[in-house]
Design a protein around this ligand. Structure first.
Ligand SMILES: Nc1ncnc2c1ncn2[C@@H]1O[C@H](COP(=O)(O)OP(=O)(O)OP(=O)(O)O)[C@@H](O)[C@H]1O
Ligand SMILES: [Mg+2]
Length: 393
């Protein structure tokens, strides 16, 4: 079965190098592999010392590379949406303040890269697609987009169509912007279906995995912990943490040995936090990872485990269980504490807010009219209890 591997982490920690090493290892095993960059600051071309560009290029047997250009994809594959977005104030985001609420979609263009990755997956050409992603902050906003946008489209369609007719002239005057026209609305409808399918693809551990790259440094450790928690909140299957640039022992230099001691503290911290995902330690090589030979070496020396592409992954996230008088819903939020988490119920959704991340989980029909009775975080798991209407009646 083919699979997508999303490699992400803080800026400069070694995402591109590790994505390339994954791809080289996969190709060496005889699996048809595509290494794709969804980071606007592409560096696949740089690492392989070739010109990658916006089209698929074969580098070696079973190994192709592609640098995605979301603006080109948007122009070519979704022309009407593109027009709508350009019409909205600001080219990158969309803010529509028409029914008393504001809808913000920052970084929307990157979504087209994800949709393209799904098309590439569906084409069946590749056994493995390795995605060199943008730094985590951006990747997280990107990964929450399918859900956010699907919600947004739900708000606007089919009601959106009516709203468009009624509000367009008003909106134009009042907000000096255009609301989506009919062609764009139809495209948005199709996009909605694709977004739902995209989520199914990326959140299913059979078809996708997310891997976090980090280095043993204070700021990076913090960010990696947070990213892991958010990825779990959004139900993405994380199956590995790669700690890169670990200094060697016994360098004979007191300067280096001091840094090594500092690293050691963070290594221990990382290992105490990531107890439920495999950790791979990667040494700091004496030279930069540039050129096929260097990538080969990284892959050989750091990614040698047999089941690199077939790791087990936890699947006990977002589980409903019957309890007396109702149901409980458990969501894994590793590293979060009770104070970080706010939970609200809104009609048929439960909204979970953790700092600036908000996730709306649609509730199943049996919870129509139910009451939320508690929301408790313990051992990295949020348990929300609901009391059904029948239990009260
Ligand atoms: N284990 C390693 N040993 C030596 N050098 C490394 C190692 N890993 C990465 N590098 C070097 O560190 C630099 C950053 O690595 P890389 O480009 O892979 O990071 P990145 O996370 O993709 O960065 P960006 O966020 O800028 O895209 C590069 O010069 C790379 O060659
Ligand atoms: Mg990079």
């Amino acid at each position: 079965m083919s699979r997508i591997y999303i490699i992400t982490g803080k800026g400069g920690v070694g995402k591109t190098s590790l994505a390339a090493a994954h791809a080289v290892r996969s190709a060496r095993e005889g699996h048809n592999t595509l290494l794709v960059s969804a980071d606007m600051a592409h560096n696949l071309g740089d690492i392989f010392q070739t010109k990658a560009g916006g089209y698929v290029q074969e580098l070696a047997p079973c190994l192709s590379v592609l640098e995605l250009d979301p603006y080109m994809l948007m122009r070519e594959e979704y022309p009407n949406i593109n027009k709508t977005i350009s019409n909205l104030s600001g080219t990158v985001g969309a803010a529509i303040d028409s029914i008393g609420e504001t809808y913000m979609i920052p970084g929307l263009e990157n979504l087209f890269s994800l949709l393209k990755i799904r098309d590439l997956y569906l084409s069946g050409t590749y056994d493995r697609i390795i995605v060199d992603c943008a730094p985590t902050g951006e990747t997280l906003s990107l990964l929450k987009l399918p859900e956010l946008l699907a919600w947004y489209v739900e708000k606007f369609s089919p009601v959106g169509r009516t709203l468009t007719r009624v509000l367009t002239p008003v909106a134009r005057l009042r907000y000096r912007m255009e609301l989506p026209d009919k062609a764009a609305m139809d495209e948005i409808g199709q996009l909605y279906t694709k977004l739902i399918k995209l989520q199914d693809l990326l959140k299913n551990p059979d078809s996708s995995r997310v891997r976090l790259v980090c280095i043993p440094e204070r700021m990076v450790v913090e960010e990696t912990r947070r990213s892991y928690m958010y990825l779990n909140l959004y139900h993405y299957p994380v199956d590995g943490v790669f700690i890169n640039r670990i200094l060697p022992d016994h360098t004979g230099s007191s300067f280096m040995e001091n840094w090594q001691r500092i690293q050691k503290g963070y290594l221990e911290e990382l290992e105490s936090v990531f107890t439920e995902v495999p950790i791979t330690r990667i040494p700091w090589f004496p030279a930069e990872i540039r050129g096929m030979e260097a990538v080969e070496r990284l892959s050989r020396e750091a990614l040698s485990e047999n089941d690199l592409f077939d790791r087990p992954v936890r699947t006990d996230n977002e589980i409903y269980a019957p309890i007396e008088g109702g149901y409980s819903l458990t969501i894994r939020v590793p590293g979060a504490s009770q104070e970080d988490v706010e939970v609200f119920m809104r009609e048929m959704d439960v909204d979970i807010r953790i700092r600036n991340f908000m996730r709306s989980i649609p509730l199943p029909g049996v919870l129509r009219g139910a009451q939320m009775t508690s929301a408790i975080v313990a051992d990295g798991t949020l348990t929300i209890c609901f009391r059904t209407k029948e239990a009260d009646g």
